[in-house]
Design a protein. Sequence first.
Length: 225
Amino acid sequence: MTGSYDAPEVLDRREGPHGEVVLRRHGALLQIIANGCFLMDTSDGRSERLLVDAALAALPDRRAPSMLIGGLGVGFSLAHAAADPHWGRITVVERERAIIDWHRGGPLAELTAGALADPRTEVVEGDMIAYVNETSDTFDAVCLDIDNGPDWTVTEDNQELYGQAGLASCARVLEPGGVLAVWSAKPSAEFEGTLRNVGFRQVRTEEVPVARGVPDVVHLAVRPG
């Protein structure tokens, strides 16, 4: 028998400054599609939670460390960070107005309503590359969850963020001894090399096993003190 969940239901479709973004419901799952490319859904969240936890573990001696999250997505990273009282200020940069709206009273609000109401949280509508180039704020942790990884970006211009210039800008907004954590759908030895070339130290990769195929990973690197 064919179930009623076989065909995804489009809940919203918008044309943004970087192309089309779509929110779909597929059974119990909510999915974000960007320019026809599956970006993420609400099925798991283990790797996004690892992104946040690994960053905090790299900052053992800091009281109420501040965090910058690149990409709101379905909100797993933000919700997990806001649920942890150890974090201080939490700033999220999201360039798609549609995604912000889906969290502020839309279908994704059930995942992040508490986090968005948290006084530590600020959501900035803007491009992450421009933000790290221009902001005067600094953070103890920068967590990137924008693309499917350094080797598989949602739009071509995002590739700049994972090159030497983009990573140098990430380092600029980090406090000395601060940590950069980057989510990826697969490991990238080339990206690890770029991190080292920019001057990051303690570069390593943590894996999140998946049911099939290559594991999700979090790339971690520390700005020298």
